[in-house]
Design a protein around this ligand. Structure first.
Ligand code: 13P
Ligand code: ZN
Length: 275
């Protein structure tokens, strides 16, 4: 089977197109990765190149040795992925040391995987472990309103979570474990990857101050839907804060507790503090 005929490749490309249409991927902004299932690898094996170049990952992900990922290329534009997938995305395999990857397909005119590969792979590493392998997607986008909020709200998990939950009733149901926040750091390396992956132990969403967000999920719909929900809440909050410095009314901690019972989700009490 051809790579581009596989359902996972279609889902990957569809997400790139959806994110681009939302305006979260100016120029080469953002990146995406998918941990390919063994049977999916099997079906596309005829197209995988045994002689592709090996590249250092920039960190060590021993537990992912041998795994295959579909990833966006560094410097490639999300808007171009649907037009020329083979030129803008790649399939890589992690080597046995967990420190290098080999390009097995794609980036046909040259190039390397996303500069955020350390963050993607360290997040996959955590999510694979804490979800018993069910999470397969890591998505990074430059969502406008979330970025705007990182100039205004204190960079604390408790505050971002509570403010986003208050912005739209469905939020605590969609991300009941909350969101993590990483202060401004240099992107593209192991250090920011480490800070991000630590928070992925607990959260499915991690915000990078003055940069964007990382979302994780079982599949493309879940990861994209999460980013969409978080960004929508951020937009509501930005509009609210633009109208008044203080909300006249909002959802109260007791309201969240009732919501938790009605929707059977656990909402950690650390987010339900009295203001
Ligand atoms: P890449 O083009 O290397 O994926 O980088 C884009 C980006 O958003 C960096 O954070
Ligand atoms: Zn970025």
């Amino acid at each position: 089977m051809k790579v581009l005929d596989a359902d996972f490749a279609k889902g990957f490309i569809h997400l790139c197109e959806s994110g681009f249409k939302r305006g979260w991927h100016e120029r080469n902004g953002g990146n995406l990765s998918y941990r390919i299932k063994p049977d999916e690898v099997e079906r596309i094996s005829e197209e995988l190149n045994e002689k592709g170049p090996f590249l250092p990952i920039g960190t060590k992900v021993q537990e992912l040795a041998g795994e295959y990922f579909m990833v966006t290329g560094s410097g490639k534009y999300f808007g171009n992925v649907p037009l020329e997938p083979e030129n803008n995305i790649a399939i890589i395999q992690i080597d046995q040391s967990g420190e290098n990857c080999q390009i097995k397909w794609g980036l046909c005119n040259g190039g390397v995987p996303t500069s955020e590969l350390p963050s993607h792979l360290m997040n996959h590493n955590v999510k694979k472990r804490v979800t018993d392998g069910s999470y397969r997607v890591i998505y990074h986008c430059h969502a406008t309103n979330i970025i705007a909020l990182t100039f205004v709200l204190p960079l604390k998990d408790e505050i971002f979570t509570r403010e986003l939950w208050e912005a739209a009733t469905e939020c605590p149901v969609v991300f009941p474990s909350g969101v993590g926040v990483v202060k401004w750091m240099i992107p593209g390396g192991r250090e920011i990857a480490l800070e991000t992956s630590k928070r992925m132990e607990e959260y499915d969403v991690v915000i990078w101050a003055h940069h964007g967000l990382f979302c994780s999920g079982e599949d493309f719909d879940q990861a994209f839907g999460l980013a969409d929900t978080v960004e929508k809440a951020a937009e509501i909050l930005v509009k609210t804060l633009s109208m008044v410095s203080q909300k006249r009314q909002t959802i109260q901690p007791e309201g969240f507790r009732q919501l938790a019972r009605a929707f059977q989700v656990d909402l950690p009490e650390k987010f339900l503090y009295e203001k």
